[in-house]
Design a protein around this ligand. Structure first.
Ligand SMILES: C[S@@+](CC[C@H](N)C(=O)[O-])C[C@H]1O[C@@H](n2cnc3c(N)ncnc32)[C@H](O)[C@@H]1O
Length: 295
């Protein structure tokens, strides 16, 4: 399949702004906290992203983390050696972070009727969470929603290295819609109307909700409420109240008002906790995992 280039992304954006009258909703296309990372400068950007994720603090037992981290690392090593033959893979911290997310997302047993098969990754970075989900769920239906050129092009590049059917909005916008089929569906933030109601078992928001603007957080929570199935969950992992958010939405209050219930929120100590920052305490984790369920 054709790869999404900077030119393709910009061309579709321009057409969509016109076609969908998005002039007054440009906030859908903004990364409030990090405007300097909007522009795509080449696929090596993925190696840069691997570097950023060096903070890999977690207290989880080795025997839980290692099997998953090794699975993730095997796939990432294959991708890096295929795409960048001169680069040695030295990014095991990325695989440990993937493993810790996957463990928290699947921490306790759920009955078969609550099995997770349909996953939405909102603000997916370079797409890292497909790695373990695709290897652990054989009939996975994985949807990634992204609004930023750089991240979007890197996600398309990363996803194209997996053996799953890749349905890409930017390549065939007029034929695109999210179905129940096994595979990856990749679309921009301003086209979540192409996702059916009550679709997802699990929505992933890792280090994203605090980084986007007020209009977008409110809009996405409304969309999450529409596209999640009854009994489905939202996994949020970020620095919570230890981070100076780029928006003023009270996310817990918004979720509660829409009938979500906080199901998992352990009192782990985050790397951004003032006690940790001042050197008085050790951190348990980088980013606090929480699970909200729609009942
Ligand atoms: C700190 S990164 C986290 C990436 C990813 N969730 C992870 O854990 O690796 C924030 C992500 O939010 C995305 N983002 C920023 N503005 C967005 C928008 N308007 N729509 C969708 N995603 C956005 C960024 O492009 C980036 O992928």
């Amino acid at each position: 399949m054709e790869t999404v280039t900077k030119e393709i992304f910009q061309d579709i954006c321009t057409k969509d702004v016109e076609k969908l009258s998005l002039q007054d909703r440009k906030w859908l296309m903004e990364w409030e906290c990090a405007p300097e990372y909007h522009s795509f400068q080449g696929y090596e950007g993925i190696l840069e992203w691997f570097q950023w994720q060096r903070v890999d603090k977690n207290f989880l037992p080795q025997e839980m983390v290692e099997p998953l981290a090794q699975l993730s690392q095997k796939r990432n090593t294959e991708i890096v050696s295929r795409a960048f033959p001169d680069t040695e893979y030295t990014f095991a911290h990325v695989d440990h972070y993937n493993a810790s997310d996957f463990i928290f997302q699947n921490f306790y047993p759920l009955p078969e009727r609550m099995r997770v098969r349909k996953v939405l990754d909102f603000g997916a970075g370079y797409g890292r969470q497909l790695n373990l989900w695709s290897q652990k769920v054989s009939d996975l239906n994985y949807v990634a929603v992204e609004g930023i050129e750089r991240s979007y092009c890197l996600q398309n590049f990363y996803y194209s290295h997996f053996e799953l059917p890749l349905n890409e909005y930017m390549i065939a916008p007029d034929d695109f819609y999210v179905t129940e089929a096994h595979g990856v569906f990749h679309l921009p933030t301003w086209r979540t109307d192409l996702i059916p109601d009550n679709h997802f078992d699990l929505i992933l928001c890792v280090q994203v909700l605090l980084e986007i603007n007020t209009d977008l957080v409110s809009h996405m929570i409304q969309e999450f409420d529409r596209v999640i199935r009854p009994g489905g969950a939202i996994y949020i992992r970020d620095h919570a109240h230890h981070w100076d958010a780029c928006n003023d939405v009270d996310i817990p209050a918004e979720l509660l008002s829409r009938g979500f219930q906080l199901e998992f929120s352990p009192p782990y100590r985050d790397t951004r906790d003032p006690q940790v920052q001042s050197g008085k305490q050790e951190a348990d984790l980088h980013g606090l995992p929480r699970i909200w369920r729609k009942l």
